[in-house]
Structure formats: C-alpha cells, structure tokens
Design a protein around this ligand. Sequence first.
Ligand SMILES: C[S@@+](CC[C@H](N)C(=O)[O-])C[C@H]1O[C@@H](n2cnc3c(N)ncnc32)[C@H](O)[C@@H]1O
Length: 228
Amino acid sequence: MGALAVPRYISDMASECCRVDYDEQFNTDEARRDLLQYRASGPDPSTRRLVHALIAQGVEGATLLDIGGGVGVVQLELLEAGAASSVDVDASAAYLEVAEAEANERGWPDRTRYLHGDFTVLADEVEPADVVTLDRVICCYPDARALIGRSAGKARRLYGLVHPVDRWWTRLFGAFGNLGYRIFRNPYRIHIHRQDLIDTLVRAEGLEPVSARSSWFWRTAVYRRQAA
Ligand SMILES: C[S@@+](CC[C@H](N)C(=O)[O-])C[C@H]1O[C@@H](n2cnc3c(N)ncnc32)[C@H](O)[C@@H]1O
C-alpha cells in the first residue's frame, strides 16, 4: 500500500469535536464481510446506480479518484468498464488492505494506488482525476464543506456521490443510530448533510448535475464539469 504517514486519529485534525478512529470503525471484520457480499451479489443497488451513471457519461481511459472506497467496488467496476487507473484514499487501513488484495487478485496491481488517511488532510498531495467518487462517505464525516469542497475541486470531468436522502426518516435513522453510538461511548456519528448544502458546494467548484436518482434512503448523483 502506498501509505502516507498520517496520525491514527485522523479527526484530530478534521474536527475538534469527534475523535473518531476510522480504522476501528471500519475494521477488518467489516471489510471482509463487505467483500464477501460483493463477491456473492455484486455492487449494492445505490453503488450500481452510481457505476451505471458514470459509465453512461463515459469512463474509457479515465483516471479515477475514489475517496472512502471501502473494499474498492467502484474502482473494480470502473476499471472493468475501461477506466485507466484508480487512486483510493481511505481513512480505514483495513478497507485499503482488503481493496488492494482484491484488486491484485483481479489483475489490476499496476493500475491501482492506495493512500491511507483523511482526504481533507491529504488533499494537497492528491492529484486531480477525471472522475472523483464518494460512495456513502460524506455521511461518515462531520465537515461536509471540507470533504465536498476539496474533493469536487479534484474532479476534471465527473463527480459522483451516493449520500442519504435529506428526509425526516433518514434524520430519524441518524438520530437513533447516534444515540446508540453515544450509549456505547463510540465517538463515531452518522451525518445527514443537507442536500441543498451538498449541491451548493459541488456547484461552487464548477460542476453541474447531469443525473440524480433516489431510493427511499440513498441518493445517487453525478455532476459534470462545465467547459470554462
Ligand atoms: C460506509 S463506508 C463506505 C465504503 C464504500 N464506499 C461503500 O460504499 O461500500 C465509508 C468509508 O469512507 C471512509 N471515510 C470517511 N471519511 C473519510 C475521509 N474524510 N477521508 C477518507 N476516507 C473517509 C471510511 O474509512 C470508510 O471506508
């Protein structure tokens, strides 16, 4: 893994309030479960929608920056679809290890790179890419402005997001989940960021929506950079 030296408690820098250990939250057991599920059933429906929407816009020969890529589903699917290479920046070392092993097994060792840490902290060291994706990542992170602003700025052509719909039931789900985390003294929190804020932050980086689809829980949106 092309790991950079970053502090283990990444949120010390990102947010004074939350000392989340993403290595612990997204650990090896979780990563192995996710990989088995992907091998057995393919991408989850919201991820599948993201992959299809990006392929519809054209990914042949594209470079990919996948932030919080988990076990690497978006990377593997887009490489299969003709993308040239991928960089995965993830705050969880366990997910990165599983993603790298799976990519190697599928024959992509030369076209994949892995960086460990908080993207908002590493952003200056990360090259722009044709396609940038955050699949179910911004709901794990408190600072939407930093994460979306910095990642959207890296997208040369396409920017893909999967995030919870901004509705009362997802906020209720988040509130109950966070109550559970509080009870068990786990500093991790679910964040249901406002959709108008997400959209404003992405547009502020020069990207316009080209497709959006929602299920009862997840919204999948693809944005495209406008010609200068
Ligand atoms: C819920 S998992 C989603 C994984 C995968 N994208 C999927 O949809 O299956 C969230 C992932 O985002 C990562 N993550 C959250 N905030 C991050 C940040 N600021 N920088 C890098 N990775 C982050 C976590 O470590 C975790 O791997």
